[in-house]
Design a protein around this ligand. Structure first.
Ligand code: ADP
Length: 464
């Protein structure tokens, strides 16, 4: 069974693990697909936008750029050609390149146009742009100096793939050519959606939620099923313990009766009146005990099938509780010190006298049974609002916190299993709880290991 339980746990966890992995794979697939679709959509959209620019003759997205570059080159380029110092010239060329790049990056009429176009079409309008100069040369009277020259640009015109140093989800939108008297330039204009992740997430949030939900539901179902399995296993263990204990409990009086029977066969015993009487009394006592055990088991199994039926009648609380305690003092509690403090006045309650007696007796005999020293039992009785309370405290072995939760469970015994130091069936407190509840009341327990326990019964009073 134990092995079985671990297998169930392992298989369950493995199944959940596989489910999670498969969900992650599916979501990843959807993500990639969405990502590609998004790229495709913006690629065609931006190209649409770019080409629409050329149809609008009145709008030139690079007119500011042109103006700035033209005047700058008019001023600088002749000077470059006049410089003979190569180091100085190289420096000037670098400055020129930087200036061109800066102007292209700052004057963003085209980006604004694109953004407005996306918004008009109902798409995300925020993106980053990137400009790469592919060819830049300066010209002076047929003399040319090349500052940037990317041969692949001229070879592979029309290619859509962004160069390796650019994010692969960047979109190449246009490849403008600008030129004037002193320069000639080609560049590429890319856009890149920084909010792309958020956009995709928005689009597939439903699938992610459903996946998460399915995983959570499966996990919850698994936990519930596993817990139920554990509960059943525990109950079956308790039942096994119970059968072992019951066998032991029933065997003891039976063995005594058998021995007594054999004793009676002896002529010596039969002829001795006193011995005969003692043996007969022993048989009688053990039969009563046996009968009590069997009745208890029968009753409990009967309660399981039908609603617990008790026969309650109006009873003077003090009278009954006092009788029970006195009866106990003269019987099983002979060796215990019993202190009582009962303040019930003339309170009356609906009680089944037989069951209520059993309830108190069970608690009192446990107080004696689960005690490793001279038992001292304090019984306190009082009235609180519309109920009466009896608390029974002992100086016994106590019950630890974990067991305390279960002592009222059917068949539950502390110290588990078949340890017979303290005899019992694990039914006494179950019975106590059932009786208290049948009276509309309850029973609770508090305990400290090694110090003792206190059981408190509350039962409603008859309203006067
Ligand atoms: P049983 O006495 O037949 O084992 P009970 O239902 O009466 O069954 O008690 C359940 C368990 O609670 C006992 O096995 C015992 O360990 C613990 N218990 C009950 N009463 C006391 C007590 N007064 N002090 C310490 N332990 C107790």
């Amino acid at each position: 069974m134990f092995k079985n339980r671990n297998t169930v746990l392992a298989v369950g966890i493995l199944a959940i693990f596989i489910l999670i992995i498969s969900q992650v794979i599916i979501i990843k697939g959807v993500w990639v697909q969405k990502d590609e679709m998004l790229l495709l959509r913006y690629r065609s959209l931006s190209q649409e936008a770019a080409s629409s620019v050329w149809f609008q003759r009145s709008f030139d997205p690079y007119d500011t750029v042109r103006l700035m570059l033209n005047s700058y080159s008019d001023m600088i380029v002749p000077e470059v050609f006049n410089t003979t110092d190569t180091a100085k010239r190289a420096l000037m060329l670098r400055d020129l390149n930087d200036y061109f790049l800066a102007v292209l990056n700052q004057e963003q009429d085209f980006s604004e146009y694109l953004s407005a176009y996306f918004e008009r079409m109902g798409f995300e309008k925020n993106f980053k742009h990137r400009i790469i100069i592919k060819n830049l040369e300066i010209i002076d009277n047929y003399d040319t100096i090349s500052i940037v020259r990317d041969d692949s640009f001229f070879r592979g015109r029309g290619g859509q793939n962004p160069p390796p140093n650019i994010n692969k989800s960047s979109i190449l939108v246009s490849r403008p050519w600008l030129s004037d008297n002193y320069y000639n330039m080609n560049f590429e204009y890319f856009i890149d959606f920084s909010d792309k992740k958020k956009m995709i997430l928005g689009e597939i949030s439903a699938s992610i939620t459903l996946s998460l939900l399915s995983v959570v539901i499966v996990m919850i179902m698994f936990i519930i099923t596993y817990k139920n399995l554990m509960k059943e296993k525990k109950l079956s263990d308790l039942k096994t313990d119970f059968i072992n204990n019951m066998t032991h409990e029933l065997k003891t009086p039976l063995a005594t009766i058998t021995v007594a029977g054999k004793t009676l066969e002896l002529e010596k015993v039969r002829k001795n009146d006193e011995m005969l009487l003692n043996t007969a009394q022993l048989i009688g006592k053990q039969s009563v005990h046996l009968n009590q055990l069997i009745n208890m088991i029968l009753e409990i199994s009967m309660w399981e099938r039908t609603q617990f039926e008790i026969n309650m009648k109006e009873t003077d609380v003090f009278g009954l509780v006092d009788d029970i305690i006195n009866g106990f003092k003269n019987g099983a509690g002979k060796n215990a010190t019993i202190n009582t403090n009962l303040n019930f006045d003339s309170a009356k309650a609906q009680l089944d006298n037989v069951y209520f007696t059993t309830l108190i007796n069970n608690l009192l005999s446990n107080a004696v049974k689960y005690c490793d020293q001279e038992p001292v039992i304090d019984i306190e009785g009082k009235i609180d609002a519309e109920q009466f309370i009896v608390s029974i405290s002992d100086n016994g072995i106590g019950i630890n916190k974990n067991d305390l939760k279960h002592v009222f469970d059917k068949f539950y015994r502390v110290s588990g299993g078949n340890i017979h130091k303290y005899k019992g069936l694990g039914l006494g407190l179950y019975y106590v709880k059932k009786i208290a509840e049948a009276h509309g009341g309850d029973v609770t327990v508090s305990s400290k290991i090694g110090k003792g326990s206190t059981f408190t019964i509350t039962i409603p009073l008859i309203k006067s």
